[in-house]
Design a protein around this ligand. Structure first.
Ligand code: FES
Length: 174
């Protein structure tokens, strides 16, 4: 009798400890699932477009991906084909190529070789012009354009503005 009540007590105590442990692990698991505050903030990247210089490629970062920003020269803008023009991002009167800097073939990072040569992907020889249009296969399409919103002289990556929406509807970007 004495033994069995002791066993009952031990059982309850063990159950209580296990219960607390289970709640503790659930809390810990929830913490693991929730994105860190820094990751949440990393969902958006604001670029001040007034700092870029013509024909100088700058690689920014958005959600861990390289973002190519190239401010076009007046000559580039004047000579744009329709295909190049469709991808143009105009901020405060300046024209930009802004795109995810990953080759659309297998994801290598192409190098900018200047206005004449554009971007060269060393992995399998793919090429893109300075507007991000593919000029030599195997890449199946031009550089992908990330969601963006123009706000004055700034561009917010990760937000969807009317210019991006239009690009998406016309099939220029994914
Ligand atoms: S990854 Fe660029 S050409 Fe293959």
């Amino acid at each position: 009798m004495h033994n069995s009540s002791r066993r009952g007590f031990m059982g309850k105590a063990f159950g209580a400890v296990a219960g607390v442990g289970a709640v503790g692990s659930l809390v810990a698991m929830k913490k693991t699932w929730d994105p860190l505050p820094s990751v949440k903030a990393a969902g958006f990247t604001t670029l001040d477009m007034s700092i870029y210089k013509e024909n100088q490629l700058v690689t920014e970062k958005w959600r861990g991906k390289p973002i190519f920003v190239l401010k076009k020269t007046a000559a580039m803008v004047a000579s744009q084909t329709d295909e190049q023009k469709e991808r143009d991002i105009v901020v405060d009167g300046s024209h930009f190529m802004l795109a995810i800097g990953l080759c659309t073939h297998l994801g290598c990072i192409p190098a900018y070789k200047g206005e004449a040569e554009g971007f060269l992907c060393a992995c399998h020889g793919g090429k893109f012009d300075w507007a991000g249009v593919v000029t030599q296969v195997p890449p199946p399409r031009g550089f992908d354009i990330p969601p963006f919103k123009i706000d004055g002289n700034k561009v917010i990556l990760g937000e969807v503005g009317p210019e991006y929406k239009q690009m998406k509807e016309t099939g220029i970007t994914l």
